[in-house]
Design a protein around this ligand. Structure first.
Ligand code: FNR
Length: 190
């Protein structure tokens, strides 16, 4: 069974996307998958700077994240939407992880792996516009991004005190997406 890496593009303590990522990780586990819930706050990175990279190579946390990505066969990206696009934290993380090493292409952490996209926002569109940009970036990195995605609007009212989704329909759609991701990962592993 493929390992699934789940993380949110937010380090905010009360982040709705981090909460959504926790629900997704639980659904992966409930569906029999092996879920790793990653917190980007545990792997802080400088803003990408080509001079820094030329002088000292990849930061230790970028190398660590590369290893973590390589060790996983499927991904769930849970992204806030900033000005209708990808938050800098998430893009910066992807940018560092995609930098090549002398002996390894920058595509290796991503290429040929299935990805499911989620977003959460207090707004009524649920961050869906940002996912179009995220999808483009991940496609360019040769990921297999599932056509379906789940956006969570009014995220400030979407979780109960246990961190569970209050809307059964959203919960069901998330479960279906997780099922598709695990199915795709299984087919690709054959
Ligand atoms: C936002 N927010 C936002 N929301 C949205 O639905 N569409 C948008 O385009 C934006 N733009 C935006 C820009 C910037 C710079 C910030 C800081 C915020 C609001 C955003 O959805 C909200 O802050 C979420 O709570 C962020 O996600 P987390 O941290 O709760 O996961």
């Amino acid at each position: 069974m493929s390992r699934v890496l789940i993380f949110a593009g937010s380090t905010r303590r009360e982040s709705f996307n981090r909460r959504f990522a926790r629900v997704a990780a639980q659904q992966v586990a409930d569906a029999g998958g092996e879920a790793t819930l990653l917190e980007l706050a545990d792997h802080p990175l400088p803003l990408y700077d080509g001079d820094l990279e030329a002088a000292s190579g990849l930061p230790a946390n970028a190398l660590k994240l590369k290893e973590i990505f390589i060790a996983h066969g499927a991904f769930i990206f849970v992204s806030p939407e900033y000005n209708s696009s990808i938050p800098a934290l998430l893009k910066n993380t992807i940018d560092w992880v995609s930098r090549p090493l002398p002996e390894q292409s920058g595509y290796v952490p991503f290429s040929g792996k299935p990805a499911a996209l989620l977003s959460a926002s207090p707004g009524h569109l649920g961050g869906i516009r940002g996912l179009r940009h995220l999808r483009d970036v991940l496609n360019e990195l040769q990921m297999i991004v599932l056509p379906k995605q789940v956006s969570l609007p009014a995220a400030n009212n979407a979780f109960d005190s246990q961190g569970q989704l209050t809307d059964p329909a959203t919960n069901r759609r998330l479960g279906e997406l997780v099922g598709e991701l695990l199915g795709m990962a299984k087919r690709l592993a054959k």
